[in-house]
Design a protein around this ligand. Structure first.
Ligand code: KG4
Ligand code: ZN
Length: 335
C-alpha cells in the first residue's frame, strides 16, 4: 500500500491530491483540492501566464495543508511526491514541480515527474490500479488526442489536432458570441435551447483516411456567419449547430479509430468530455457499435491533481522515480 501526494499547476488551476493504492488492487482518492483561477482570468478573456503562476505560488501551501488534513494523514506518512512537469505554461509548471521536488527532498522520498496528458488519459480509471487496453480520446482546452493504449505507459498516438483543440474552439467561439470565459460550458448551456441543424457548419477531416482533427475551419465558419448577419443571429441556434459539428467529428473519428485498432473499450477524458450532449452521442454510438464506454467522473474531467497522483501512483508502484533535477517540458508529447 502506498500514499502519494501530487501537485497539478500546468495552467490556471492550482490542485493538490493524495491517493492511496496497491499494485493490482484498488486505488482511492483521499483528498482532491482544486483552486480555480477562472474568475481571475475571466476579465482578460483567457489565461494570463504571469497571473496564473503568481497565484499558484500564493495558493499552493494552503492547498497542501488542506489535502493533508482532509485525507487524515501526516506528511511523514507520504511515500512519494509527484507533479505535472509538462505540457503546459512554463511559469506555472515551475511552481508545482519545484514545490513537489522540495517536499520530496525534505522528506527524503522519491519524486515523480508526470505528463499532464497521461493524467487525463488515466482519469477514467481512478478507482482501480488495473487499466485495460483501450482506445482513448483526450479532449481538453489544449489537446484533442486519439491514442491506442496497451496499458499504463504504453501509448501509441493515432491522431491529434492539426490546429485548434476542441476546447480551444469552444472557447474562441464563446468569445465571438460574447459569452463569458471559458466558452465550453456556456455554449453547452445556450445550445440546449437551439436548433443543431440551423447552420450547416463544416465537419472538417471527418471523412479523411487519417485520424487527425481540424477545428479552425469550423471556428472561421462561425465567424463568417456572425459577420454576414451583422451579429444578429440566435446564440442558441449558433451554439447548437457549432456543438453538433464538434460532436459529429469527435464521435465519428473516435469510433473509426476504435474499429481500426480493434479495441473494444473507449475511454473519454478532458474538460470537453464534461459536455452532456457529447457524452450522450458517445453513449448512443457505443450502444450501436458494441463498444464499452468509460468516462472520467465529472470531478476529474477538468484539470485536477487526483489524476496526476494516480498516474504517479502507478509509476511508483512499478518502481519508477524521476531525478530531482528533472526539468519542466512545456511542449512534452505523450506519445
Ligand atoms: O481539461 P481542461 O480543464 O484543461 C486543459 O488541460 O486544457 O479543459 C478545459 C476546457 C476548456 O476549453 C473548456 O471550455 C472546456 O474544457 N469545457 C467544456 C465544457 N466544460 C469545460 N467544453 C464543452 N462543454 C463543456 N461542458
Ligand atoms: Zn488538462
Amino acid at each position: 500500500m502506498a500514499l502519494l501526494l501530487a501537485i497539478e499547476s500546468s495552467c490556471d488551476e492550482t490542485a493538490v491530491a493524495i491517493v492511496r493504492g496497491e499494485a493490482g488492487g484498488a486505488a482511492e482518492v483521499l483528498a482532491s483540492e482544486v483552486s480555480s483561477q477562472i474568475e481571475l482570468h475571466r476579465e482578460h478573456g483567457g489565461v494570463v501566464p504571469e497571473l496564473a503562476s503568481r497565484n499558484h505560488s500564493l495558493r499552493l501551501r494552503g492547498l497542501v495543508e488542506k489535502a493533508i488534513s482532509d485525507a487524515g494523514v501526516t506528511m511523514p506518512e507520504i511515500d512519494a511526491f509527484a507533479a505535472t512537469t509538462g505540457p503546459g505554461l512554463a511559469s506555472s509548471l515551475l511552481i508545482g514541480s519545484t514545490a513537489a521536488k522540495g517536499m520530496a527532498c525534505a522528506a527524503d522520498r522519491p519524486f515523480l515527474a508526470i505528463n499532464h496528458l497521461e493524467g487525463h488519459l488515466l482519469s477514467p480509471f481512478l478507482d482501480r490500479t488495473a487499466v485495460p487496453p483501450h482506445l482513448a480520446l483526450i479532449v481538453s482546452g489544449g489537446h484533442t488526442l486519439l491514442l491506442d493504449v496497451e496499458g499504463p505507459g504504453r501509448y501509441r498516438k493515432l491522431g491529434g489536432t492539426r490546429d485548434d483543440a476542441a476546447g480551444e474552439a469552444y472557447d474562441k467561439v464563446g468569445k465571438m458570441l460574447g459569452l463569458p470565459y471559458p466558452g465550453g460550458p456556456e455554449i453547452e448551456k445556450n445550445a440546449r435551447g437551439g436548433n443543431p441543424a440551423a447552420y450547416d457548419f463544416p465537419r472538417s477531416m471527418l471523412h479523411d483516411p487519417h485520424l487527425d482533427f481540424s477545428f479552425s475551419g469550423l471556428k472561421t465558419a462561425v465567424l463568417y456567419t456572425l459577420q454576414k448577419a451583422n451579429g444578429k443571429v440566435s446564440t442558441a441556434d449558433l451554439s447548437a449547430s457549432f456543438q453538433q459539428a464538434v460532436i459529429e467529428i469527435l464521435v465519428g473519428k473516435t469510433l473509426r479509430a476504435a474499429r481500426e485498432s480493434g479495441r473494444s473499450v473507449i475511454a473519454l477524458s478532458g474538460g470537453v468530455s464534461l459536455n452532456q450532449a457529447l457524452r450522450r452521442a458517445f453513449q448512443d454510438a457505443c450502444a450501436k457499435s458494441g463498444h464499452e464506454l468509460i468516462t472520467a467522473s465529472p470531478d476529474f474531467c477538468t484539470d485536477n491533481a487526483a489524476m496526476i497522483a494516480f498516474a504517479g501512483l502507478l509509476r511508483h508502484l512499478a518502481g519508477e522515480c524521476s531525478p530531482l533535477g528533472e526539468d519542466i517540458h512545456p511542449n512534452l508529447p505523450l506519445a
